[in-house]
Design a protein around this ligand. Structure first.
Ligand SMILES: *Cc1c(COP(=O)(O)O)cnc(C)c1O
Length: 460
């Protein structure tokens, strides 16, 4: 068979109607939304690539699990099923469900750090950075330099720069570095994977300086798949063997289960063996999230999450998912549109700086391209660049991001091959009129996580 893409390994049993508004309607809706795509109504979006978080399609097994969810306030069966699944996949003794990834960060980071301290990561995700800063500590990113060059193809562009990590620890003093966070895959660098060797080397630096090591595990399964495909020695390993090894090098993890665990809501904290730390987590979970055996989730959520953890590490599912993204990447290659290459795990991060070179970082090229994609084809995406990064918490000045990306995050098992072609065609159309696209100015912004709420206006 001469097909150039991996066909969907599922068939559709229930459908949701979507529709594309007219160009005039789209112009009007985005102006009403103050040029912030988070302000758009879902029904006004044709293809929603704002995030792959919580936007996944659950399987028939997960929906059956919804019916079986045990809603006991304490000690429900679904809780125990979830513990068993998470312990099996991570090898950790202690697991705490919470309602989403940022809740895990809130519960855990408040115990681990405070003012005058630092968290160092290959790259902090936006909520991770926010929760570090909310404790009074400061977040420092330490990704390898390969990540900064979107056109440079390297197998593990999400890696920690281990030499730089060690020099940062020496510079600030080991006692000031409260935590090292390894984000797998490295979301902000374009869904780029981290190698097992890099996780191992980072762990040994942490051990040397007696610093706690945390995995931000939102996309742990995609990262494991890339290790299997790209790193020597893992070709014959199962995804579960790889996830077990990845987690074995860290002391704890936070996980947004809304990504690779293929549910619409959920999160986990995992602690390898530190009973005291786990006890502190439980206390804060009860205050912030709910009793420890439900952690802010319904029993049915716990049940579908327990099932989703295994579907997330299914190699067929991962091969299809990553193949879908590689197909989109190949269409952009043909059109000469650059993106963080090679394509990462959960989407395409278009290099907006390269496509719109006339727009400086403080006029937000990534956001400008996101607005154009909505105007062109009703596609909702988001900026991963200076607009998202925000202002320096100490000086209030606009930060200059390492990249200016527009992220097309692909939800799991939701969009088909034909939808992917719409995405490619829209970008190709925008490229033809790129020199006429204008930058943006912020007219209102909140103090933290501004990109969710800010108002903008196009520059003339
Ligand atoms: C999504 C995500 C988070 C935050 O999780 P939420 O479930 O959205 O609160 C943290 N880190 C990474 C890498 C993520 O992708």
């Amino acid at each position: 068979m001469a097909i150039t893409y991996l066909p969907e390994p599922f068939r559709i049993k229930m459908v949701e109607t979507i529709k594309m508004l007219t160009p005039e309607e789209r112009e009007q809706r985005i102006a009403e939304a103050k040029y912030n795509l988070f302000n758009l109504k879902g029904k006004d979006v044709y293809i929603d690539l704002l995030t792959d978080s919580g936007t996944n399609a659950m399987s028939q097994e997960q929906w059956a699990g919804v019916m079986k969810g045990d809603e006991a306030y304490a000690g429900g069966a679904s809780y125990y099923k979830l513990l068993e699944a998470a312990q099996d996949i991570t090898g950790y003794a202690y697991i705490q469900p919470v309602h989403q990834g940022r809740a895990a960060e809130k519960v855990l980071f408040g115990i681990l750090m405070g003012k005058g301290q630092f968290s160092i990561s290959n790259m902090h995700f936006d909520t991770t950075r926010a929760h570090v800063e909310l404790t009074g500590a400061r977040a420092i990113d330490c990704v390898v330099s390969d990540a900064m060059d979107p056109a440079k193809r390297a197998p593990f562009k999400g890696n920690m720069d281990v030499d730089k990590l060690e020099s940062l620890i020496k510079k600030y003093g080991a006692e000031k570095v409260a935590l090292v966070v390894m984000t797998v895959t490295n979301n902000s660098a374009g869904g780029q994977p981290v190698s097992m060797q890099n996780i191992r080397e980072t762990a040994s630096v942490c051990k040397k300086y007696n610093i706690k090591f945390c995995i931000d595990a939102a996309r742990f399964a995609e990262n494991a798949f890339f290790i299997k495909k790209r790193e020597d020695g893992y070709r014959d390993a199962s995804i579960k063997d790889i996830t077990n090894e990845m987690f074995s090098y860290a002391d704890m993890f936070t996980m947004s289960a809304k990504k690779d665990a293929i549910v619409n809501m959920g999160g986990l904290i995992g602690i390898k063996d530190d009973a005291e730390l786990f006890s502190a987590c439980k206390g804060r979970t009860i205050s912030f999230e709910g009793f420890i055996t439900y952690g802010g989730l319904s029993g049915r959520d716990l049940e579908s999450l327990a099932i989703g953890l295994y579907e997330g590490i299914d190699e067929n599912q991962l091969r299809y998912r990553i193949g879908q993204i590689e197909y989109l990447a190949s269409r952009l290659d043909d059109a000469g549109i650059t993106y963080q290459a090679p394509a990462g795990g959960h989407g395409i991060f278009v290099d907006a700086k390269a496509l719109l070179p006339h727009i400086p970082y403080y006029e937000f090229p990534g956001q400008a391209l996101a607005v154009e994609l909505y105007k062109e084809a009703g596609i909702r995406t988001c900026d991963i660049g200076s607009y998202m990064l925000g202002n320096d918490p100490d000086t209030g000045k606009q930060l200059h991001a390492e990249f200016e990306f527009t992220r097309l995050a692909i939800p799991r098992r939701v969009y088909t091959q034909a939808h992917i072609d719409v995405m490619a065609e829209a970008l190709i159309e925008i490229k033809k009129r790129a020199n006429r696209v204008k930058g943006y100015k912020i007219t209102w912004e909140p103090p933290v996580l501004r990109h969710f709420q800010a108002s903008l206006k196009p520059l003339t």
